[in-house]
Design a binder for this molecule. Structure first.
Ligand SMILES: Nc1ncnc2c1ncn2[C@@H]1O[C@H](COP(=O)(O)OP(=O)(O)OP(=O)(O)O)[C@@H](O)[C@H]1O
Length: 313
């Protein structure tokens, strides 16, 4: 293992038939980090996560996970990994406690009862232990899934879109728990489509069409994107026709994206000079306020996606 890296891989490639779904992926993840995987549907996030933990063998590339070789020691890696898949896969007519007990038996865990009680308490499931899994709301189902993932005390957690369709309060609580686990030394890889969740990661990787487009902390990803963004809004109380402004800006050279955020527009492009030129007439309009602003993470991701070529088509 290099330094304190829990994951250290280089040049991973995965092909399904003629299609290269992961192309030259390299990453290092330190112990206790929460690492977010973002990217459009089908960009290779799940496939990458599965290669990292030894569930899938790469066609090329090498590296280690938890100090073990991802090609030759995948069985030993899997024992130390907790994997929460996208699909809820519990017995709906068993209670929460019965489901956890079943999982503990599958793992052949010593002190089974004690571990189930500890997991129930940890995830706040104690009062609901007798409730049938099939009757749980989305947020509670995700808690049950997380409890099942940590029963065998893994060192690495892989969470594949763990909060899809879960309400904001339950998502926040789920993420608080992820942070508590990471603070105790667990390393977490999590795929998500939610920008607020990306912002709660220590670092993120953005994939598009199988390629790693950028990685680093949210601040680093924004700073290195090269994207320039201006905000356009009405000056004073007068109602400017921002729909008209947006429509005419979209055709101008240098304007890559125009997105409405309430009563403001975000106008972005990769070439600052061209963008400024496109905005000049609107900046001279006394009814409008045009000023440079920081791009959001979403602006950056859409910019990256526009720049990447669809080699899957
Ligand atoms: N076993 C397989 N056989 C053939 N193609 C596959 C297989 N698994 C995945 N793929 C293809 O590989 C590509 C990447 O899929 P993957 O599930 O890794 O993407 P993803 O980024 O996790 O997507 P999502 O956000 O929709 O979950 C997709 O085009 C998918 O159809």
């Amino acid at each position: 293992m290099t330094g304190d890296a829990v994951i250290d891989v280089r040049g991973l490639v995965k092909r399904f038939g003629a299609k290269t779904v992961v192309d030259g992926f390299s990453i290092r993840v330190a112990r206790g980090q929460i690492y977010g995987f973002l990217g459009p549907n089908g960009s290779g996030k799940t496939t990458t996560i599965r290669m990292l933990c030894g569930l899938l063998t790469p066609d090329a590339g090498e590296g280690t996970c938890l100090g073990l070789d991802i090609r030759r020691q995948s069985a030993a890696i899997k024992r130390q990994v907790g994997y929460m898949t996208q699909k809820f896969s519990f017995w709906e007519d068993l209670s929460i406690a019965e489901n956890l007990d079943f999982v503990a038996r599958m793992y052949g865990l010593p002190d089974r009862r004690q571990k189930v009680v500890a997991a129930l308490e940890r995830l706040g499931l104690g009062n609901r232990r007798a409730q049938l899994a099939g009757e749980l709301s989305g947020g509670w189902k995700q808690r049950l899934a997380l409890a099942a993932c940590i029963l065998h005390e893994p060192k690495l957690l892989l969470l594949d879109e763990p909060t899809a369709g879960v309400d904001p309060k339950a998502r926040r609580e789920f993420w608080d728990e992820i942070h508590r686990l990471a603070a105790e030394g667990l390393t977490v890889l999590v795929s998500t489509h939610y920008m607020d969740e990306a912002e709660r990661c220590h670092a993120i990787a953005y994939l598009a069409y199988g390629r790693l487009m950028t990685q680093g902390s949210v601040e680093e990803v924004i700073a290195t994107s090269g994207l320039v963004t201006y905000e356009v809004g009405a000056r004073g109380a007068g109602g400017a026709d921002l729909g008209h402004v947006a429509a005419s800006l979209r055709d101008r050279p240098g304007v890559e994206m125009v997105a409405a955020f309430g009563a403001r527009l975000h106008v972005s492009g990769g070439d600052g000079a061209e963008l400024e030129e496109a905005l000049r007439p609107w900046a001279a309009d006394s009814g409008l306020l045009v000023r440079r602003t920081e791009p959001t993470l979403e602006d950056v991701f859409i910019h990256l996606m526009n720049r990447s070529t669809d080699n899957f088509a």
